[in-house]
Design a protein around this ligand. Structure first.
Ligand code: NAP
Length: 342
C-alpha cells in the first residue's frame, strides 16, 4: 500500500500489456468523465464511456477529435446511474463482450446551490440519488466482476468530500457520504482483491457542471436575511478573495491523475489534484491519503492485526496549527506542468 499520492503521477501509455477487460466510466459525456475516457484510451485501456444521454456527447466527441490519436478504443453506452436495472444490464454486457471488468470509474455527478432554509428536502434526495445511491448501486453490482478480475474502483469525489463550502449542503453531504461508504469498503475490498480509491478534484473549469448551477434562481429564492450574505459571498468570489480554494484547473489535468490511479500498482485511498487542494484538506485531515486509517481498520480483518498499524499513534495535537505547516502532506500528485488551480 502506498502512503503518498505521488503514485498517481500521470500515466503515459502503459508500457506493459493492458489488463484484460474494460474500464467503465460513468458520466463520460462531458467534463472530467470525457477527459478521463480519452486519457484512459490513450494510455491503452479499453474504455466503455457511459453517458447520461447519447444525445449529449459533443464534449466527449470533441475531446476525442482533439486527441488526434486515430481510432481510440472507446465504446459509447447510455446509462442513467440512477437506474439499477440499466446498470446491471450494462455490466453484464461489458463482461460478455470484453471478457472482464477491469475497473469502474464512478464519475457522474450533479451539484446544486441552495440556502438551507429555502432548500426543499426533495432536492437533497435528487442530489443523493445521482451522487450517492446511483454509484453505490452500480458498484455493488460491479463487485463480483471486479473480484473476478482483481480490478479496482475509482470514485470521483471532490474537495467537498472532506471540506464543506457555503451554500452547497446537499452536494457536500452527498460526497461526504460517498467517501464514508468507500472508506469503509476499502479495507474489506482489498482483502477480496479489489482496490478502492477516491479522487478529489477542486474546481475544474471546462466542465458542464458549472452551467447547471442556477445562480440567478438561487439568488432569487433567497430571502432576507440571506440575500445579503449571498451577495457578499459572490462579491468576495468576484474579487478573488476566496483564496483557500484553488483556481480552476482543466479536466484533462484531473484525468491524468485518475489514469495514474488506474495504472498504480498500489493505489492510495485518497488523491487530490492540486497543491492548494491538498493544503485545504490538510486543515481537516491528519491522514490525507487515508492509507493509515485504511491500514488500521483493515488490520481488524486480519487473523493477526498488524502491530504497526495498531501501534500507529494518533498525533497528540492532530489539528494543524494555523497557518498550515510548511510541509503538511505528501507530494501533490499533479504533474509539474500547468498547475491546476482550484
Ligand atoms: N467541475 C468541478 O469543479 C468538480 C470539482 C470536484 C468534483 N467534481 C466532480 O466531478 C464529476 C464530474 O463532473 P464534471 O465537473 O466533469 O461535470 P460535468 O461535465 O457536468 O460531468 C458530469 C456528467 O455526469 C452526467 N450525469 C448527470 N446525471 C447523471 C445521471 N443520472 N446518470 C448518468 N450520468 C449523469 C452528466 O450528463 P448530462 O450533462 O448529460 O446530464 C455529465 O456528463 C462529478 O462527480 C463532480 O461532482 C467536479
Amino acid at each position: 500500500m502506498t502512503t503518498s499520492p505521488a503514485s498517481a503521477s500521470p500515466a503515459s501509455a502503459r508500457s506493459g500489456p493492458r489488463p484484460p477487460g474494460a474500464v467503465l466510466i460513468t458520466g463520460s459525456g462531458s467534463g472530467i468523465g470525457a477527459a478521463t475516457a480519452v486519457a484512459a484510451a490513450l494510455a491503452g485501456y479499453r474504455v466503455v464511456a457511459s453517458v447520461h444521454s447519447l444525445d449529449r456527447v459533443d464534449d466527449l466527441r470533441s475531446r476525442i477529435a482533439s486527441a488526434e490519436a486515430g481510432v481510440l478504443d472507446i465504446e459509447f453506452r447510455e446509462l442513467d446511474v440512477t437506474s439499477q436495472q440499466a446498470a446491471a444490464a450494462l455490466l453484464a454486457d461489458i463482461v460478455a463482450r470484453y471478457g472482464a471488468l477491469h475497473a469502474v470509474i464512478s464519475n457522474a455527478g450533479i451539484t446544486r446551490m441552495g440556502t438551507f432554509e429555502n432548500e426543499p428536502v426533495e432536492s437533497y434526495r435528487r442530489v443523493f440519488d445521482v451522487n450517492f445511491f446511483g454509484p453505490i448501486a452500480l458498484l455493488k453490482r460491479a463487485m463480483p466482476h471486479l473480484r473476478a478480475s482483481h480490478g479496482r474502483i475509482i470514485a470521483v469525489s471532490s474537495l467537498n468530500g472532506v471540506v464543506s463550502t457555503p451554500f452547497q449542503e446537499a452536494y457536500n453531504a452527498s460526497k461526504f457520504a460517498l467517501e464514508g461508504a468507500l472508506e469503509s469498503l476499502a479495507p474489506v475490498a482489498r482483502r477480496v482483491g479489489v482496490d478502492v480509491s477516491v479522487v478529489a478534484p477542486g474546481p475544474t473549469s471546462d466542465t458542464h457542471i458549472w452551467q447547471t448551477i442556477d445562480i440567478a434562481g438561487f439568488r432569487a429564492a433567497a430571502t432576507s436575511p440571506y440575500t445579503e450574505v449571498i451577495d457578499r459571498y459572490f462579491a468576495n468570489a468576484a474579487d478573488g478573495l476566496l483564496t483557500d480554494l484553488p483556481a480552476g484547473q482543466l479536466a484533462a489535468e484531473v484525468a491524468q491523475v485518475i489514469v495514474g490511479v488506474l495504472g498504480s500498482d498500489e493505489p492510495a485511498f485518497r488523491y487530490t489534484t492540486s497543491t492548494v487542494g491538498t493544503e485545504l484538506l490538510a486543515r481537516k485531515l491528519v491522514d490525507p491519503t487515508g492509507d493509515t486509517l485504511v491500514a488500521r481498520t483493515g488490520s481488524w480483518l486480519d487473523r493477526q492485526p498488524t502491530p504497526a498499524a495498531l501501534a500507529d499513534p494518533v498525533p497528540a495535537d492532530p489539528v494543524p496549527a494555523d497557518p498550515v505547516p510548511a510541509d503538511p502532506v505528501p507530494a501533490d500528485p499533479v504533474p509539474a506542468g500547468p498547475v491546476p488551480a482550484e
